[in-house]
Design a protein around this ligand. Structure first.
Ligand SMILES: *Cc1c(COP(=O)(O)O)cnc(C)c1O
Length: 361
């Protein structure tokens, strides 16, 4: 990498592809002959309209989003979707299913409980969120308006290895795995993701929602929290996060140049497997996540010794490998290796792990 850049293993905001940053830099002062930066453009201008329309087209093409789904560019982070999904969808039956498999799905369930009855249809809390419950273990409520789950557990480093089926529409938090591999969008009622992991800068939240879901925002719902209003206004009720949307467009160009999501998945698998291989053969480092459920994006590990973990994280920083400290709820280390983390970054990390381990034998 150029420009004295470091390999940033942060869980988010995370690295962006260098090519994307270079292109953004080259277009910073004068976008396409307009004489201004995308940041300075009216969101109602024809130049900006061309940008937002093309970003939606690219996202539809890259993810294979069917025509009967809307794409929304919202703000408020994935966290606002914890509320918005429940406000708009729980009402019909007053009840929704939640699978609690980590930090964010737990938060989503807690938030939804403000708007209706939450049925915890599955939980992996009994083993510290180290696994994903099986389809046969799910206990959905027959009246549930939807089934909410978080595909990739950013904090614990686990991932659903299958798409659950309960008969109710699936509502899925894909913040930390969207665009990392192909997904069959038609299996889902609603997908949401904060952009700052795999899509672009913070400030943008993408929602992909099937138009025929039975939306029922209660009377008095703020307009910005109503899916029907946001669908009707095409994310343009007020000023959308214009620059973050533009960067998402550049990220999608980069993914298409690579060859789309199936190629992206191959690269991501290669990166994750060299790291897990190291963890499996190491005498010093280990991961607590059971094999079938290991995340391709967030790899959690520890030496089991807090002091050694700290030495590891501090030493890594000196080698240009930053933000490896685990989430405060878990401790240890976490290497977030999203799309934009180059293979060389993971190789450097593994080489540093080898060195660290050899020095302590
Ligand atoms: C980061 C993250 C969130 C929270 O995102 P915000 O944009 O900070 O609200 C929620 N869910 C998952 C899976 C995440 O990775």
């Amino acid at each position: 990498m150029g420009h004295n850049r470091v390999y940033n293993f942060s869980a988010g905001p995370a690295m962006l592809p260098e090519k994307v940053l270079e292109r953004a830099a080259s277009e910073m002062l004068n976008y396409g002959g307009t004489g201004c930066s995308v940041m300075e453009m009216s969101h109602r201008s024809k130049e900006y309209d061309a940008i937002i329309v093309s970003v939606e087209e690219k996202l539809r093409r890259v993810m294979g989003i069917p025509d009967d789904y809307s794409v929304l560019f919202l703000q408020g982070g994935a966290t606002m979707q914890f509320s918005m999904t429940a406000m708009n969808l729980i009402g019909k039956t007053g009840c929704a299913d939640y699978a609690v498999t980590g930090n964010f799905s737990k938060k989503a369930a807690e938030e939804a409980a403000k708007f209706g009855r939450v049925n915890i249809a599955a939980s992996s809390r009994d083993k510290n969120f180290s696994y994903i419950p099986r389809q046969t273990e799910l206990k959905p409520d027959p009246n549930a308006s939807y089934f909410h789950f978080c595909m990739n557990n950013t904090v614990y480093g686990s991932k659903w290895d299958y798409i659950p089926e309960t008969g109710a529409p699936l509502v899925c938090d894909m913040s930390s795995c969207i665009l990392s591999e192909p997904v069959d969008v038609s299996r889902f009622g609603l997908i949401y993701a904060g952009a700052q992991k795999n899509m672009g800068p913070a400030g943008l939240t993408v929602v992909i929602v099937r138009n025929d879901l039975p939306f029922c925002p209660p009377e008095g719902t703020p307009v910005l929290l109503s899916y029907p209003e946001m669908i009707k206004s095409k994310s343009m009720y007020n000023t959308p996060p214009t620059y973050s949307i533009y960067i998402l467009g550049l990220v999608l160009d980069w993914i298409e140049e690579i060859g789309g999501l199936s190629e992206m998945e191959k690269i991501n698998r290669a990166k994750a497997s060299i790291l897990y291989e190291k963890l499996d053969q190491s005498k010093l480092f280990r991961t607590g996540i059971e094999k079938p459920y290991r995340s391709m994006m967030n790899v959690t590990f520890t030496t089991g010794d807090e002091e050694l973990d700290k030495q590891f994280v501090d030493g890594a920083k000196k080698e240009g490998l930053i933000s490896l400290k685990g989430h405060r709820a878990v401790g240890g280390m976490r290497a977030s290796i999203y799309n934009a983390m180059p293979l060389e970054g993971v190789e450097k990390l593994v080489a540093y792990m080898d060195k660290f381990e050899a020095e302590r034998q």
